[in-house]
Design a protein around this ligand. Structure first.
Ligand code: ZN
Length: 266
């Protein structure tokens, strides 16, 4: 459980603390309340919207962080503000904890990435088995920037929606990667940072259930109708499970998760 107060620590003193901090990665709800600010990696998709509710329930204050990295479809960037507004309007107890939104420009990442999310590359698999939707280094870079922002804004808790269960093909979503990254960040910035990944071991159906537990049907409806997950950027057709093309791997995952969640709820 994360109770470490943020603050300066010397490199000689902090190794044990940082090792401990790097292990505080995956936490299953329900959580103890944490009297600190958290910075949430917030893309406007289903996962980060669920994490937003989780973070608001867990922390005293939450700041949201978005990244412009040359995505081919920037519909998520619009959705993220819709989600924030809806949560503010419908959950007064969370609205007072919702702090600033930050958008960080990472255009350079888009320039060097030849992926289905940043170029006109067909969605499929590389010869090495990785999906073409994998943006090399993306999560590692996001965490570095979020931590650097936290250094200025005064938060050392980061929250993100990485999920090992559904995206096992993405090596930067693995616990081992994230532990190593958080250790490097904590050492490099001289503070014990913590990363919270409440979805790490949940299926997509489990993520819907978590949303329902956190904010009931109102939150599920916000996530269903305001978030965007589709790799192809299709956002003009509302299905039972939300907007999307219905055929890309992200839509399939989301649709299957919804079907499982709905059949369990019925
Ligand atoms: Zn799609």
């Amino acid at each position: 459980m994360t109770t470490q107060k943020p603050g300066w620590v010397s490199c000689a003193q902090d190794l044990a603390m940082i090792n401990q901090s790097a292990k505080r990665l995956c936490m299953n709800p329900p959580l103890k309340k944490i009297k600190h600010t958290a910075g949430l990696l917030f893309s406007g998709g289903q996962d980060s919207a669920t994490c937003l509710a989780w973070a608001l329930e867990t922390f005293d204050r939450v700041e949201t962080i978005g990244f412009e990295y040359g995505q081919r479809h920037d519909v998520e960037m619009t959705c993220r503000m819709d989600v924030r507004r809806s949560v503010q309007n419908e959950f007064p107890q969370w609205a007072e904890k919702l702090g600033e939104d930050h958008v960080i420009n990472l255009a350079g990442l888009g320039q060097i990435s030849e992926t289905s999310l940043t170029r006109d590359v067909e969605i499929g698999f590389h010869a090495n088995g990785l999906p073409t939707t994998f943006v090399p280094g993306r999560n590692l870079i996001f965490l570095n920037y979020a931590a650097a922002l936290g250094w200025r804004r005064g938060f050392t808790h980061l929250v993100a929606g990485m999920c090992e269960a559904d995206f096992s093909g993405y090596p930067d979503c693995r616990m081992e990667t994230l532990e190593a990254q958080m250790k490097a960040i904590s050492l490099g910035l001289g503070r014990p940072y913590s990363l919270h990944t409440p979805l790490m071991h949940l299926s997509k159906s489990g993520a819907w259930t978590l949303a329902k537990n956190l904010g009931g049907d109102r939150l599920v409806e916000i996530i269903r109708t305001k978030t965007h997950t589709c790799y192809k950027g299709v956002h003009d057709k509302l299905h039972d499970w939300g907007y999307g093309c219905g055929g890309c791997p992200a839509c399939e995952l989301r649709a299957n998760g919804w079907t499982e969640f709905s059949s369990r709820a019925a």
